[in-house]
Design a binder for this molecule. Structure first.
Ligand code: GDP
Ligand code: CO
Length: 397
C-alpha cells in the first residue's frame, strides 16, 4: 500500500486528529530499503509490516440476520493472519439462523485454516461471565447481553483481549465487496503502523457509495447525516482551539480499528450514537477541557487517523438505508449531552434538529446510553467464566 502522510492535524490537549489521508496504491510492491521511505509525503508500507499488524489484530464481524453469502464474502476478504471474531445476534427461531451461520463459518475455517471464532451475544455463558467479571451494565432485564451492534462489539472486544490481541478492527458483515473488506483491513494496519502512541484509532472515510439515481449509478461522496455530524464536531474543536477547522470527516464512520489500550479506555455508546461518541469521548477524557482521568495517556497522545478508501462502499441496502433522521438526532444528541458542549453549540444543535423536524418544540436532543470503559472488567474472572466453551478453545490456543 502507498499512502500519503497526514497533511494537517488538530491538537486539543492530548488528542491529535489527523486530516484525511489518500491511498495512492493498494499494492506498492516490495519496499526496498529505507531510502524510499524517507522524507516522502507519500509513503510505501511494506507487506511484512502489514502482515505483522494483521497477526496482532482481531477483526470483529457483527452479524444480525445477514444472508450467508454476504458473510462468506466478508470472511474471504479478511487477511489470513487476522483472528476473526464473528459476533451474532441472529434469530434462533422459528429458523435457527445462528446455527446456519455457525456451520458456514466452521466449514470456512476448515477449508482455509483461518482462525475464526463464532459466538452468539445472547449466550447465557457470556452474560454469566460478565456478572462474574463485574460488568453487568451490558445486560438487560432478562439477564442476557442487550440486543444491538454496539453491545456485540463490546463482547467481542473482551474476547479479543482474552486472545491477547494488540489491535481490534471492525467490519460489517453486510459488505458486498470482499475487495473493499481487504482494503479496509490493510488501511487499518497502515494507520496503526504510522502511530507514535499506544492509544490510536483509524477510521475509514469512504471514497464513495454507489446509488441508483435516474436509472444510472451515481457515486455519492457525502452522506447527509455525516455532513451535519462533521460540521458540529468541527465546530466543537474550533470553539476550543480558536481556529475554524474541517479536520473531522468521519463523524459517522462505522469502519474503524483501534489499539486494545484505547479500546479498553473509551466509554462506548449504544445505537446510532456509537461513532460520534468516540470523538466526544476522546475530547472529554483527553482534550484537557475537563479533568483528565488517565494521566498515563497524557504523556503520550491519542492519535486519530482518517484514511480514504479506494473501493466504493456497498452494503446491503435492501433492509432500508439507515434512518437518516434518527442517526442525525442520535449523533447530535451525543454532542448536546456532553459537558464539554458550549451553550452556543447546544442552541445551534437544537435549532438544527427543530428545523429538520427531528425535535418537537418542547423536546431536547436524546442523551445516549453509555457503557463504562471495559478496563473495569476483571478479565481473569471473565476468562474463567467462558473457559471450556467452544469459542474460547480457538481463542486461547
Ligand atoms: P448500517 O450499515 O449502519 O445501516 O446498519 P446494518 O443494519 O447494516 O448493521 C451494521 C452491521 O451490524 C451489520 O453487519 C449487521 O448484521 C450488524 N448488526 C446489526 N444489529 C446487530 C446486533 O444486534 N448484534 C450484532 N452482533 N450485530 C448486529
Ligand atoms: Co449495513
Amino acid at each position: 500500500m502507498r499512502i500519503e502522510v497526514p497533511r494537517e492535524a488538530e491538537r486539543l490537549g492530548a488528542t491529535l486528529f489527523y486530516g484525511v489521508q489518500q491511498v495512492y496504491e493498494l499494492d506498492a510492491g516490495l519496499v526496498r530499503g529505507e531510502a524510499e521511505a524517507l522524507d516522502r509525503i507519500i509513503q510505501p508500507v511494506a507487506y511484512e509490516a502489514i502482515e505483522a499488524v494483521c497477526s496482532a489484530m482481531a477483526v470483529v464481524v457483527p452479524v444480525r440476520g445477514e444472508r450467508i453469502k454476504l458473510l462468506e464474502g466478508v470472511l474471504a476478504g479478511i487477511p489470513h493472519a487476522c483472528l476473526v471474531i464473528v459476533v451474532s445476534n441472529s434469530d434462533r427461531e422459528p429458523i435457527d439462523r445462528f446455527t446456519l451461520e455457525l456451520n458456514a463459518v466452521l466449514k470456512y475455517r476448515r477449508l482455509t485454516g483461518k482462525q475464526v471464532v463464532v459466538v452468539h451475544q445472547r449466550d447465557a455463558v457470556l452474560a454469566d461471565a460478565l456478572v462474574e467479571a463485574g460488568y453487568e451494565a451490558l445486560l438487560d432485564e432478562s439477564g442476557r447481553v442487550r440486543h444491538g451492534k454496539a453491545e456485540g462489539m463490546l463482547v467481542a472486544t473482551l474476547l479479543a483481549a482474552l486472545a491477547g490481541k494488540r489491535y481490534i478492527g471492525f467490519i460489517d458483515s453486510d459488505n458486498y465487496f470482499p475487495g473493499a473488506v481487504l482494503e479496509y483491513v490493510r488501511e487499518y494496519a497502515a494507520g496503526l503502523l504510522a502511530r507514535h502512541s499506544d492509544y490510536a484509532m483509524v477510521r475509514i472515510h469512504w471514497h464513495s457509495k454507489p446509488k441508483i439515481v435516474r436509472e444510472a449509478l451515481f457515486f455519492a461522496k457525502f452522506g447527509r447525516a455525516t455532513v451535519v455530524t462533521n460540521r458540529f464536531l468541527n465546530a466543537l474543536i474550533g470553539y476550543y482551539t480558536g481556529f475554524e477547522t474541517e479536520v473531522i470527516r468521519t463523524g459517522n464512520a462505522g469502519e474503524h480499528a483501534m489499539t486494545m489500550e484505547l479500546a479498553l479506555k473509551l466509554s462506548h455508546a449504544s445505537g446510532y450514537a456509537v461513532e460520534t461518541r468516540h470523538f466526544v469521548d476522546l475530547l472529554e477524557r483527553f482534550g484537557s477541557i475537563l479533568e483528565n482521568p488517565s494521566p498515563d495517556v497524557l504523556d503520550q497522545y491519542v492519535e486519530v487517523f482518517q484514511i480514504e478508501s479506494r473501493n466504493p462502499h456497498m452494503h446491503d441496502i435492501s433492509k432500508g438505508d439507515r434512518h437518516i433522521g434518527s442517526m442525525m438526532a442520535a449523533s447530535l444528541g451525543v454532542l448536546y449531552s456532553s459537558p464539554i458542549c458550549p451553550p452556543e453549540l447546544r442552541a445551534e444543535i437544537v435549532a438544527e434538529l427543530r428545523r429538520r423536524r427531528l425535535l418537537r418544540k418542547d423536546e431536547l436532543p436524546p442523551a445516549p446510553t453509555l457503557y463504562p470503559p471495559l478496563e473495569r472488567v476483571d478479565l481473569e474472572a471473565f476468562a474463567e467464566g467462558v473457559a471450556g466453551e467452544p469459542f474460547t478453545a480457538a481463542l486461547l490456543r
